[in-house]
Ligand binder design. Sequence first.
Ligand code: ZN
Length: 201
Amino acid sequence: MSWELAPVQIVKYPHPTLRHKSKPLRRIDSGLKQMVDEMLDLMYAHKGIGLAANQVDLPYRLIVMNAQSDPKAKQDEHVLINPVVLQQKGGTEEKEEGCLSFPELYAPVRRPVTVVVGAYDLSGLEVNLELSGLHARAVQHECDHLDGVLFIDRLSPANFLKVKRDLEDMELAFSGQQQRGQIPEDRLIAARLSALEVART
Ligand code: ZN
């Protein structure tokens, strides 16, 4: 599918792909490896610590992460295919979170401190990771994306009220871009996702 050859770009709230619940990937090939490379490049270019496939308009269960946001810190670079949070432990904590699909928006989110995640890496090997602190926060945030869940969905009512106006501004900007044809109509976005899903999930 030629759509896969286009370079990936980060989509911003409220792009409908951010609400797409992705299906598991069925195979790993050079096309997927190229998507991963582009996602890593984008994440580092934007100083992000994680990026999910939905955020680059792809309907796959795939995330990239590096809690240091440093391409040289390879020990913290993770490419997780079909990741699943298997276990949560160590209580919860509330910390400020941001998202590359919500530029300049930050808000506190309560999440478990430690999680065990199961996934496949790019060579198709099963991996099990126990992550804590920022690493755990990042992987939970990114796994949420794959289910179409955004960090704004996890805010307390009081914290949600604080960002409501900013979200409305983003919604207005997005519909303006759609009306001007800079972003495709929702039905075209959905048709593209379905075609990409048929190819890989
Ligand atoms: Zn995010």
